[in-house]
Design a protein. Structure first.
Length: 291
């Protein structure tokens, strides 16, 4: 179950309308080291008619104290807490249920959005009401500084050509139309650590894809994050999603897609560290191609 955290809201300023157009959804678990940067990057957006919903998933550090402090300062920020640890998929789905906006911004607790992110994505989404999900470019970084820039195709047709080879939308940078979630459903718990890819397939049956052609997010890379720790599970469930939708009429599964499927399957036999190295190498090739 999820409950509203009852903090002291007496000093909160009124900074937004009663019906925000955009809901920024931030699940958090033991995120005390970085979450203040994430919150500030949202609160300093040039677009202001949003709510920031933060769901604490039973953190054991002082994450709840930090987010409550910001809730007390800004009326756009609302803090909730799971009564038991629910993990990321259930937490994201619960945030969908709590959201009041017509557009959902996915935001992890350790990433940093550029201050025009919401404005840029909202402008693109408003330009075509058939766009169901919209991403953008990422600037990867770690404690040593900036790493590579991840670029993605921006046209729906080109994005669809990549959907069986790599994830054509970066979940941490995405804005999703509420209507698309209502039509297509929430994240599935049957595809752990690849739940975003499976959701994109479902949304793509009825809606268009898009990416804003500029850096929208600074994506923090950590050696202990889910991408590294659960690489084999990501491969396994990505293949599961591709297999499920390869005959769907909304997509075209090509011979080269089949080769990519086999290569991804074969990568599972390598040690996790080797898979990470291969994954990073392939990502660099993608960056060079799109650069």
């Amino acid at each position: 179950m999820t409950q509203k955290y009852q903090g002291n809201n007496s000093n909160k300023s009124s900074q937004t309308s009663s019906k925000p157009l955009v809901s920024v959804l931030m699940p958090a678990y033991n995120a005390s080291e970085y979450i203040e940067e994430a919150i500030k990057s949202v609160s300093e957006q040039t677009y202001t008619n949003f709510e920031l919903l933060i769901l604490d998933d039973c953190s054991t550090d002082n994450t709840l104290d930090i987010i409550t402090k910001y809730e007390n300062k800004d009326s756009r920020i609302k803090v909730f807490r799971n009564e038991t640890n629910q993990k990321i998929v259930r937490s994201r789905n619960r945030l969908f249920e709590l959201a009041n906006g017509q557009f959902y911004v996915i935001h992890d607790a350790d990433d940093i959005s550029v201050n025009t992110r919401i404005a840029d994505q909202l402008a693109l989404m408003k330009s075509d009401d058939k766009i169901g999900v919209c991403g953008g470019f990422l600037q990867s970084f770690n404690s040593s500084g900036n790493l590579d820039v991840r670029k993605y195709e921006t046209d729906d047709a080109e994005i669809r050509k990549r959907i069986f080879k790599s994830s054509p939308l970066a979940q941490p940078s995405c804005m999703i139309r509420k209507e698309a979630i209502i039509d297509c459903g929430n994240y599935s718990e049957d595809f752990p650590v690849a739940e975003d890819i499976e959701l994109w397939y479902r949304i793509g049956r009825k809606y268009k894809f898009a990416n804003v052609p500029k850096i929208l997010l600074y994506y923090r890379e950590q050696e202990n994050n889910a991408t590294h720790k659960k690489m084999k599970a990501i491969l396994r469930n990505t293949l599961k999603a591709r297999k499920k939708y390869k005959n769907d009429k909304a997509y075209k599964f090509t011979f080269s897609d089949g080769l990519a499927f086999f290569a991804t399957w074969f990568m599972q036999v390598f040690p996790t560290r080797a898979v990470i190295i291969i994954f990073k190498f392939l990502r660099k090739l993608l960056v060079i191609k799109n650069g």
